[in-house]
Design a protein around this ligand. Structure first.
Ligand SMILES: NC(=O)c1ccc[n+]([C@@H]2O[C@H](COP(=O)([O-])OP(=O)(O)OC[C@H]3O[C@@H](n4cnc5c(N)ncnc54)[C@H](OP(=O)(O)O)[C@@H]3O)[C@@H](O)[C@H]2O)c1
Length: 319
């Protein structure tokens, strides 16, 4: 079942496939063949919403593979990409949301994707040097050229979002959101509900932790960049494991996997339009996309919320 993306008229699946993992910049053992099969499997399983970005891979591999995978079904998929973030020669992240840079990245993205338009184009992040109104103006011009059907904004504060929206009306915002990182509930979520803007959240699985396969005794490959996130280190790691124990019991009773329970909970939160689930293997997205059809009762949701409040009282695991 599809849902509306803000007021744009675009319809999307409630689970979107996030294509950061296939860039292979933070995840290990990524292959082009698995990546293409993952995209294909997602589409065949009912996902029509694919999320990539100019900076997903130093050479744009994520956009290229997406373009290749959906070439034969372009009119049946919703492609979202982002501009405004790139890597310098030392592989350090650079936020550059100046109009000229945004135009350059967008033109490059179209070439890599092998398409002459995208459905949704986000400003990946405000850059603190460029007034956000200027970035908004640049994206508005792209939308008016017909090469982007709708515009979105990611990683912005409420104040930045309001300023952007005043210049270039937003169809969607893309903040992080999951059971452990719920800060948008205080400001961005109510704002989005009030303004009819879709909320496409990233990290619903907290980079795989909430998929429930990495348990207490999990041994990380030292090259796994997730180790640098506070939630993957003690003491938060141990508290997250306590939460996973609780979720495991609830999921078991409902005949779901932990990942499915977590995504169903995410989609049940007021104002959340889409959960962007990253995957690099077909089985991963097959598992998580099934959560689109799960309806949790209010009693189920209360049990889950109680477990979160007990195990993770601070509700913000850091980034
Ligand atoms: N706008 C932004 O700034 C921004 C930032 C971050 C992400 N995003 C978008 O949001 C998407 C989601 O974020 P994400 O990919 O970083 O993280 P995520 O969706 O929270 O987690 C993805 C990881 O979870 C694991 N996983 C997925 N399904 C699983 C399953 N069924 N069972 C076990 N493990 C599973 C995989 O890890 P393994 O590697 O262990 O297989 C996968 O790489 C991204 O792909 C991207 O499109 C946007």
């Amino acid at each position: 079942m599809l849902t509306k993306l803000g007021t744009s008229g675009i319809e999307v699946s409630r689970v979107g496939l996030g294509l950061w993992p296939i860039a292979g910049m933070t995840t290990l053992e990524v292959s082009e063949q698995d990546s293409l099969l993952t995209i294909q499997q997602a589409f065949e399983g009912g996902i029509n919403f694919f999320d990539t970005a100019y900076c997903y891979g130093t050479d744009g591999i994520s956009e290229r593979l997406l373009g290749l995978a959906v070439a034969a079904c372009r009119d049946r998929v919703v492609i979202a990409t982002k501009c405004g973030v790139h890597w310098d020669e030392n592989l350090s992240r650079v936020n550059d949301a100046s109009p000229a840079r945004l135009q350059y990245e967008f033109d490059t993205s179209l070439q890599r994707l092998g398409t002459d338009f995208v459905d949704l184009l986000y400003l990946h992040s405000p850059d603190r040097k460029t007034p956000i109104e200027k970035s908004a103006q640049a994206l508005l011009a792209i939308r008016e050229s017909g090469k982007a059907r709708a515009i979105g904004l990611s990683n912005a504060t409420l104040e930045e979002t309001c300023r952007f929206h005043a210049v270039c009306p937003l169809t969607a915002i893309q903040p992080r959101y999951n059971m452990l990182q719920r800060e948008i509930e205080a400001d961005l979520l109510p704002w989005a509900i009030e303004h009819g803007v879709a909320v496409v959240c990233y990290w619903p699985l907290m980079k795989g932790l909430l998929a429930g396969k990495m348990r207490r005794d999990f041994v990380f490959d030292p090259r796994d960049k997730r180790l640098s996130y506070p939630i993957f280190q003690p003491p938060l790691w141990d508290r997250a494991q306590d939460l996973l124990d609780e979720l495991d019991a609830i999921a078991h009773e409902l005949g779901l996997s932990i990942a499915q329970l977590v995504i169903a909970w995410t989609l049940a939160q007021p104002g959340i339009t889409v959960a962007l689930c990253g995957a690099k293997r077909p089985w991963q997205i097959t598992e998580t996309l099934a959560a689109q059809d799960v309806r949790l009762t209010s009693a189920d949701l209360e049990r889950i919320d109680k477990a979160i409040a007990t195990c993770m009282p601070s509700l913000n695991a850091g980034s």
